[in-house]
Design a protein around this ligand. Structure first.
Ligand code: ADP
Length: 641
């Protein structure tokens, strides 16, 4: 933070409330914050009305926090008898003030929370986004909450006066949205926060309406913030008394039949800080021995930090309508971290900590019910609306598959939801159920290959005999696939079997079985010659066109799994693999004949090395000495010309 310069010492009263008692200090916004502000000022988002939702949402959060803190800290000097949000307009001055008597902010918090983009990943994201010059792309901006800065869509100057509960002095913040903002200390600020917007001129062609017009405010609050649990009052100069604009009914405690899709959507936007519509809404009201309400949403798009450590989770915990915490990780397992919403539980102490929640029996029961409900909803979506389900899976499938590893209790249910690439139809993924329904009459296993690139898997030599026999193989190319496919064992009694591991028995005709005897000497010699590199050399039943391939021994870890463990910092010893040769291939046949004739000389030795290297390359692997390989290959080729 750069403190630029000091103004002269001033003590003055001002319209926004509070008498200045300190110098005005000028600060520079953090670089990413400046960029985000520029996006707001140049209005990349066409719907400007939403600024009010953002500010009311902040005010409502501040009221939640004050209520909770005063329940926990009985000594806190704060009046909670009439918590509310107030909108005040001055049509002459063209200002709109959004005021709350909530928790407020200290001076340090103002600098930290308003002057910077603190949330993990967001700053970096804004940066990258800016560099990529995504002008006017509202979809991307919707991936993170823009909150307070959206004020600058409708105002050319914003003044905020705030006083933290329990503190004597307040803080005044002011900015015109350029590179800097000013801060000073004020003596008689009201408790809570007041944000005053000096409104830009009305420009209805650009969706900039008259936000000093009570009718406009009434419409926006009703539309976006009706469910806010605190009264949102409007004080218009001409009116005699305050008017409450919202119905205040916690949406989750109402019956689903009386909630409109629009109300659900706005609530989703409130809890998720997303600007798009949810993909699916799950409203669950449990009665009986365990009472709770849950209103959960599946977003339409994955957040940019879905796979970052420490990313925000999405479910808020309430206890009997009292907000307790954001990001309540005890309520859902990590693989469902993208689910947003609210859970309101009945029988818990307000003073719970995250650690206690993890152990709490009631929370654990709620969690089990929520997981079942979400997985059940997805199963229905898959059955009834496969296209929408495909959208869901594209965004979140990779996270859901983590559940196969981490949530053994629900593994069967998750297996029903999995969509995997397959050789059956390169354009469309398959479910496991559909795979088993297409299985040949005598096929008892589900075959797969696992690796990093789908394209490499598709052309892998391991698939040759499967293709020749018309047997479908799953192409698993997500990092997490290597892990679950090993742990899960089977689907519906059909074992997952790697097409590149162990022996394959494709019930080929006896006539096609390789003539093992004729090759015994060659194989023995190759085994010695390549002994450093391979565990064994044998004839293959899985190759039709390639000369050679590498396979993993029955109980060894696949290279993909080894790689995954290494990426997680666990060093697995590299398991040696088995080299399989295609006896029908001319190169292998000629090698056999040459070896029978003259034994293993240097040229044959080099050919053996080439065979091995080709097998490594064909499955997308890396050679230990790629430069040496190309040199020897060039020598050999030049001798053939
Ligand atoms: P977000 O609300 O998405 O976190 P904002 O930029 O809107 O982002 O706000 C940043 C932070 O500033 C909030 O998380 C909150 O801690 C604080 N804040 C904003 N408005 C208020 C308010 N009216 N009262 C108290 N704190 C506030």
């Amino acid at each position: 933070m750069l403190n630029l310069h000091w103004h002269s010492n001033r003590v003055s009263a001002n319209a926004e409330g509070g008498r200045r008692v300190s110098q005005v200090e000028t600060f520079e916004f953090q670089a990413e914050a400046q960029q985000l502000l520029q996006l707001m000022i140049h209005s990349i988002y066409s719907n400007k009305d939403v600024f009010l939702r953002e500010l009311v949402s902040n005010a409502s959060d501040a009221l939640d926090k004050l209520r909770l803190e005063s329940l926990i800290d009985k000594d806190l000097d704060a009046d909670t008898s009439d918590l509310h949000v107030e909108l005040a307009v001055d049509r002459e001055q063209r200002t709109l003030t959004i005021r709350d008597n909530g928790i407020g902010m200290t001076r340090e918090q103002v600098v930290e929370l308003i002057g910077t983009i603190a949330r993990s990943g967001t700053a970096e994201f804004v940066n990258r986004w800016q560099q990529a010059k995504h002008d006017g792309n509202a979809e991307l901006i919707g991936k993170f909450g823009i909150g307070f800065y959206s004020s600058f869509m409708v105002a050319d100057r914003v003044v905020m006066v705030t006083r933290r509960a329990g503190q004597a002095e307040g803080t005044r913040w002011e900015s015109a949205g350029s590179d800097t903002y000013e801060i000073s200390t004020v003596a008689d600020a009201a408790p809570g926060t007041a944000v005053t917007l000096h409104l830009k001129p009305v420009d209805e062609d650009n969706h900039l309406f008259d936000y000093a017009d009570p009718a406009v405010l009434r419409r926006i609050v009703k539309r976006y913030s009706d469910f806010i649990a605190w009264p949102i009052r409007m004080r218009a100069p001409e009116a005699e008394s305050d008017e409450t604009l919202n119905s205040m009914k916690a949406l989750w405690s109402r019956s689903a039949a009386e909630i409109t899709p629009q109300e659900y959507t706005e609530f989703y936007r409130h809890v998720s800080h997303d600007w798009t519509d949810p993909l699916e809404t799950v409203h669950l009201r449990a009665e009986g021995t365990l009472e709770f309400d849950a209103l959960l949403f599946l977003p339409a798009h994955a957040p940019h930090d879905l796979f970052m450590r420490g990313a925000r989770r999405g479910v808020q915990l309430y206890i009997k309508r009292v907000f307790i915490m954001d990001d309540c990780e005890a309520l859902l397992p990590e693989y469902l971290r993208f689910v947003k919403g609210v859970v309101d539980a009945a029988d818990l102490s307000l003073n719970v900590s995250r650690e206690i929640l993890q152990q709490d029996r009631q929370i654990q029961t709620i969690r089990r019910r929520l997981v079942r409900k979400i997985l059940g909803t997805l199963k229905d979506m898959l059955a009834k609306d496969p296209q929408r389900y495909a959208e869901f899976w594209r965004e979140f499938g990779q996270a859901v598959k983590e559940g196969l590893v981490n949530d053994a209790d629900n593994r069967t249910a998750i297996l029903d939801l999995v969509q995997l690439a397959s050789t059956h139809d390169p354009a469309a993924p398959t479910t496991l159920r559909a795979y088993t329904e297409r299985m040949k009459a005598d096929q008892t296993e589900i075959f797969y290959v696992v690796g990093e690139q789908r394209a490499t898997l598709e052309s892998s030599p391991h698939l040759e005999a499967f293709a020749a026999n018309g047997i479908e193989v799953l192409l698993l190319h997500d990092p997490v696939d290597a892990m679950w496919v090993d742990m899960v064992g089977d689907f519906d009694g059909k074992a997952f079997t790697s097409a590149s591991r162990g022996e394959v028995d494709l019930k080929a005709d006896a006539a096609e079985q390789p003539d093992a005897e004729g090759f015994a000497e060659l194989l023995g010699w190759l085994g010695e010659r390549l002994g450093e590199k391979v565990k064994q050399v044998r004839l293959s039943t899985r190759l039709t066109t390639s000369a050679a391939c590498l396979v993993t021994d029955s109980f060894d870890a696949s290279p993909a799994l080894e790689k995954l463990y290494r990426a997680m910092g666990q060093d697995l010893p590299k398991a040696k693999r088995i080299l399989e040769l295609n006896p029908q291939h001319p190169l292998v046949e000629k090698l056999r004949a040459a070896h029978a004739e003259r034994g293993g000389d240097d040229t044959l030795g080099e050919t053996a090395e080439f065979l091995y290297a080709m097998a490594v390359l064909a499955e997308g692997g890396e050679l230990d000495d790629p430069a040496g390989f190309t040199r020897r290959l060039a020598d050999r080729l030049s001798r053939t010309l």
